[in-house]
Write a protein that binds this ligand. Structure first.
Ligand SMILES: [Fe+2]
Ligand SMILES: [Fe+2]
Length: 299
């Protein structure tokens, strides 16, 4: 089974300043000055072309489609992503898609659900929190939502233990042996890419301990804008794959790109692709692999 994993697309659409409220103002200014030039729309078109070309069995998008959860960002990103949104697609939100209370706790559906619920999988029965899944043959894609609207200075994540327990019960009930777990926040970071408490998933060690009962093939995430892959180890006996930020131009601090994961029922093969400015296309690149699970470099 061939799975394309993309993340943190951060759709680059200019927004009228008068339409911004509260936290969206500093958020949009931050995006305009720090990120906008790094996210040309041509990369969105190139990634859509690449996905169509590889004919995957599944496409996973692990959050941060938008920058400030503006309705216009949702409208335009839906339009551009349309060619790759189909029965094979599975997507979850990121913290930028739950940026404001208005976008998250609206009178009707949250904005993310309003635009993308068709591709967010099935709600697992009796969920104690956000838990969605999509079955592909005898394999499952399981999605969590680690996000909530926070102050502009914070971007941390949290997934309740109840959601982890519900996930394990669901896998047991449905007799699913193999699954991919998708969540926006990392459950592991390389030593040189550690996150501050205001940015990381707060209870991730507890979650990892619970997952040991029934580990996924791989934990797919984004949030930190540089790619990596961690091999299975004693504490986290599964791959950890970061495909953020797929639509960003790479620089020495940001190894941008995405991954294609090939599962043959026993082993996982992972390939990384990055955008080539010369060719104007995504090309095969070195996988940034960590064999060691330790998060400190021993100093
Ligand atoms: Fe992001
Ligand atoms: Fe994020």
């Amino acid at each position: 089974m061939k799975l394309v994993h993309i993340s943190d697309l951060h759709f680059p659409v200019p927004l009228p300043f008068s339409s911004l409220k509260g936290k969206m103002i500093p958020g949009y200014l931050n995006y305009t000055f720090r990120r906008r030039k790094k996210y040309p729309i041509s990369l969105w078109h190139a990634i859509v072309r690449k996905i169509e070309e590889v004919h995957p069995d599944a496409v996973v998008i692990s959050g941060d489609i938008t920058n400030v959860s503006h309705i216009r960002e949702y409208n335009r990103s839906l339009e551009i992503l349309k060619p790759v949104l189909n029965e094979k697609t599975f997507m979850i939100p990121g913290n930028h898609d739950r940026y404001t209370k208005q976008a998250t706790y609206g009178k009707e559906l949250p904005y993310y659900e309003k635009f993308f619920s068709t591709w967010m999988g099935e709600e697992v029965t009796e969920p104690r929190g956000y838990l969605r899944a999509k079955k592909i043959g005898n394999l499952a894609l399981v999605g969590w939502d680690s996000n909530m609207p926070l102050s502009v200075l914070n971007a941390y994540g949290y997934v309740s233990e109840e959601v982890v327990h519900s996930t394990l019960e669901y896998l047991e009930r449905e007799k699913i042996d193999h699954y991919f777990l998708i969540c926006h926040h990392p459950i592991w970071n390389p030593p040189e890419r550690q996150e501050s408490p205001g940015h990381r998933m707060r209870n991730r060690e507890k979650i990892a301990t619970l997952l040991k009962k029934r580990p996924p093939i791989a934990y797919l995430h984004g949030h930190v804008h540089t790619n990596w892959v961690k091999a299975p180890g004693p504490d986290k006996p599964f791959y950890v794959v970061n495909s953020a930020s797929s639509t960003r131009i790479a620089d020495p601090k940001h190894e941008s790109g995405f991954h294609i994961l090939d599962w043959n029922g026993k082993e996982l093969d992972i390939q990384r692709f990055t955008f080539s400015l010369e060719k104007g296309e995504f090309i095969l690149a070195n996988t940034i692999l960590y064999e060691e699970e330790k998060e400190t470099d021993g100093r």
